[in-house]
Design a protein around this ligand. Structure first.
Ligand SMILES: *[C@@H]1O[C@H](CO)[C@@H](O)[C@H](O)[C@H]1NC(C)=O
Ligand SMILES: *[C@@H]1O[C@H](CO)[C@@H](O)[C@H](O)[C@H]1NC(C)=O
Ligand SMILES: *[C@@H]1O[C@H](CO)[C@@H](O)[C@H](O)[C@H]1NC(C)=O
Ligand SMILES: *[C@@H]1O[C@H](CO)[C@@H](O)[C@H](O)[C@H]1NC(C)=O
Ligand SMILES: *[C@@H]1O[C@H](CO)[C@@H](O)[C@H](O)[C@H]1NC(C)=O
Length: 388
């Protein structure tokens, strides 16, 4: 019992430390400017081998695969208007976007989505990786990822060997894999309802957030009715205090993974692939999709486009924040993947350091941050002291 209490003593203050931070707004992708700072991949899926051809920006626009709808939400969709015939290589048009900006330690990323692509063969993901080095040398964080008929999200980290999820990390999700260097990464399955699929859409969507801190990587999900007030009521200029968010869905404390070492600045990626090395694996496909020939490609990609009527992202915003005490952003933070360099207008090659970071003139949030932190640490010690 004594050793248990001692362990709690060490862990509890640490757990609470990570959530008590004030974040300053850095950048927003929303409305008519949503598509401004992304590179369109414009190539086949040569990373997860889905049966898609990711369109360049000109095609995406002319084919109506990326646009802003009447509600001011960004739509990023799979082609659902073309009937594809069988052939030697059948690929459907889709989109892969990579942010021109990258985000290091001290970043908080929030995405508010009304709809996430779903359906048999569909494999959407919103994730990050360090584009400066060959994958996975600079890490990968899968914030939203699911396939086929799954009804819950999965978060995962991918790294080179040496990064693990700590035991009892303090999270509401369920760990499926603890070694981040395995092929599937260190996975945490979301347990809150309506995190993916028809349930997510029926609830009006929801919000995902990921905090990349030296102390760990933490993620949250809230279905639309459960979004905390400080997120729900926020605007593009609001600061965000993560202290009130409660336990994360997934938690990767730095005690078992040196975040600074494994996660240099990350670029955001938003895509939808079809079939490929996860959704299209026969046994995995059959687990949640029963279709006439049990073939991911034949029963979905070939044939009418209407199979993909639910294969679209509808996004209210993606916002990036910087912790008030975060180190300055690296000046090498703006880059596009080599395959898409030609898509990047030369006028948008400026780095994030040239973008002014909006900071409130008052230092009150900083003091509040430290006060909040102290309170939580104190509370944690009290809790431990009161344990029998
Ligand atoms: C753009 O669309 C045309 C017509 O479908 C196609 O031939 C071309 O390969 C597309 N470009 C890319 C980058 O997919
Ligand atoms: C689907 O895509 C994979 C990967 O590019 C390819 O090997 C396979 O032949 C494609 N399937 C069809 C029916 O085109
Ligand atoms: C984590 O990695 C960084 C960069 O490699 C290194 O400077 C630091 O000492 C490491 N921290 C720990 C606790 O090993
Ligand atoms: C395609 O999907 C969109 C939703 O993204 C839907 O509004 C539309 O009716 C679908 N069908 C066609 C033929 O465009
Ligand atoms: C995918 O193809 C593009 C364009 O050919 C290339 O630049 C890139 O390195 C390829 N990626 C992988 C992982 O093979």
């Amino acid at each position: 019992m004594a050793s248990l209490s001692l362990r709690a003593l060490c862990i509890l203050p640490f757990l609470f430390c990570h959530v008590a931070a004030i974040y300053m707004p850095l950048r927003e992708h929303a409305g008519s400017t949503f598509f401004d700072r992304w590179a369109y991949y414009g190539n086949v899926d040569n990373t997860t081998w889905g049966n898609v051809t990711y369109q360049d920006q000109a095609n995406a626009t002319s084919k109506g695969l990326t646009f802003v709808n009447g509600a001011g939400h960004a739509i990023v969709k799979v082609d659902n208007t073309t009937t594809l015939l069988p052939g030697p290589l059948v690929n459907r048009d889709s989109i892969r976007l990579t942010s021109l900006d990258s985000y290091g330690i001290g970043s908080l990323i929030i995405i508010d989505a009304v709809h996430i692509p779903y359906g048999c063969s569909v494999w959407p993901s919103f994730w990050t990786y360090g584009i400066q080095e060959e994958w996975p040398l600079a890490g990968e964080i899968d914030i939203i990822e699911a396939i086929n008929g799954m009804n819950n999200n999965q978060v995962a980290l991918h790294t080179t060997p040496g990064c693990y999820q700590a035991q009892n990390p303090g999270q509401t999700g369920v760990t499926l894999e603890g070694d981040c260097s395995t092929d599937r990464g260190c996975i945490v399955s979301e347990t809150k309802p309506n995190s993916y699929g028809p349930g997510f859409a029926a609830a009006g969507g929801g919000v995902y957030a990921v905090q990349i801190a030296a102390s760990g990587i933490y993620s949250w999900f809230w279905s639309r009715p459960d979004i905390p007030d400080n997120v729900k009521l926020s605007t593009s200029t609001s600061t965000i205090d993560t202290a009130v968010w409660g336990l994360p869905s997934s938690s990767y404390p730095a005690t078992a993974c040196n975040i600074t070492k494994y996660f240099p600045p990350q670029n955001l990626v938003l895509l939808t692939t079809l079939c490929g090395v996860w959704a299209g694996v026969p046994d995995i496909y059959r687990a949640t999709c029963q279709t006439p020939t049990n073939s991911c490609v034949n029963d979905n990609i070939i044939g009418p486009g209407s199979t993909f009527d639910t294969a679209y992202w509808e996004i209210r915003y993606i916002r990036a924040y910087l912790a008030d005490d975060a180190p300055p952003i690296s000046s090498s933070s703006s880059a596009a993947p080599s395959s898409t360099t030609s898509d990047v207008p030369t006028t948008t090659t400026s780095t994030t350091t040239t973008d002014p970071i909006t900071r409130p003139s008052s230092s009150a949030p900083i003091r509040f941050s430290h006060l909040t932190l102290s309170c939580f640490v104190l509370l944690s010690f009290m809790t431990v002291t009161l344990l029998p």
